[in-house]
Design a protein. Structure first.
Length: 311
């Protein structure tokens, strides 16, 4: 049963009702996989794929042609040599995945020597929306499509810590100033000028505000709106919670070089404690019970699609 607030015409489930559902999932090509060490991970993978497929069937009762194709694929990166498509979910290992894609495509010899700025601002990787319609459809039909997701609340807190608890020349002046101005009573001039020091409760007030003073951002946008998992059939669903084993199994699946392993290092703020369930609990204590419920409701689809337990 859906909460009462999910039954309105604004329900996020309406995003998927009546849209075109692609054909049944294709079996994964496992010809490159060697040894039986991957059996458990493969079994988990098949369960995730089936779970998402069943969810999407449940909320897609009628068929209709896809629209806004370019928008649907705007977060998907292309690696043509190994024929893979990666939908970027920020705060779920995306920086290291881009490093791996650069190695796979021959742009770098090792994932360990690629800087954060080169990954995100170097424009070395091509996105699917840069192709014409035929190029997009061909790749969607022929390439192995993969996505890595994360517990929604952990992803949200990780994004807040990264963008607002460290110096940032974009998020503080653009988001921070607007958030402090609207949600902090009697804000001092320094905070209004710099946008630094946003509190988690203020950030959540911004997130839940239907009249936000500044728009959404990919770091806390729902995965359902970043990657459209009910419109694009992802062949592989990895999770941040099992990142290393999922990633290295996927690299086997697509025939990556044997010496290429998924990087273990933390991309930035390496001295910080990783955002864990316990860290999230500390942040959620700053919110009222209603704010916690509304934040969960905001990510309701992500919880359902990827079978995460509500906090």
């Amino acid at each position: 049963r859906l909460p009462e607030q999910q039954k309105t015409s604004e329900s996020p489930l309406s995003w998927f009702r009546g849209v075109y559902l692609p054909p049944a999932l294709h079996p994964l090509n496992k010809t490159f996989v060697k040894g039986d060490e991957w059996e458990d991970i493969d079994s988990t993978q098949e369960k995730r794929r089936a779970f998402l497929q069943d969810f999407c069937k449940k909320y897609n009762s009628r068929k209709k042609l896809q629209t806004h194709l370019v928008h649907l694929v705007s977060r998907i990166y292309v690696e043509d040599r190994h024929k893979v498509l990666y939908c970027e979910v920020p705060k779920a290992g995306c920086s290291n995945w881009k490093r791996v894609l650069m190695v796979l495509s021959g742009l770098a010899a090792s994932a360990n020597n690629i800087s954060h700025d080169d990954v995100h601002y170097g424009k070395h990787l091509r996105k699917l929306d840069s192709y014409d319609a035929k190029g997009i459809y061909t790749r969607l039909n022929m390439y192995t499509k993969f996505i890595f997701v994360r517990d929604p609340m952990e992803r949200l807190v990780s994004a807040f810590r990264d963008k607002f608890e460290h110096p940032n020349s974009y998020y503080h002046p653009v988001f921070g100033k607007a958030i402090i101005k609207k949600y902090r009573h009697n804000a001092d001039e320094e905070a209004l000028k710099t946008g630094s020091g946003v509190k988690f409760k203020e950030f959540i007030q911004y997130l839940l505000d239907s009249h936000r003073p500044v728009g959404m951002d990919i770091h806390w946008e729902q995965v359902s709106k970043l990657c459209y998992p009910c419109l694009i059939n992802y062949d592989f669903i990895g999770k941040f919670e099992t990142l290393e084993e999922d990633a290295n199994y996927f690299l086997q699946l697509v025939g990556a070089p044997a010496d290429l392993k998924f990087p273990k290092f933390k991309d930035r703020h390496s001295s910080d404690e990783r955002t864990s369930a316990e860290v999230v609990r500390q942040y959620l204590k700053e919110l009222s019970k209603e704010e916690r419920q509304l934040t969960y409701d905001f990510y309701y689809l992500d919880y359902l699609m990827f079978n995460y337990t509500s906090p």
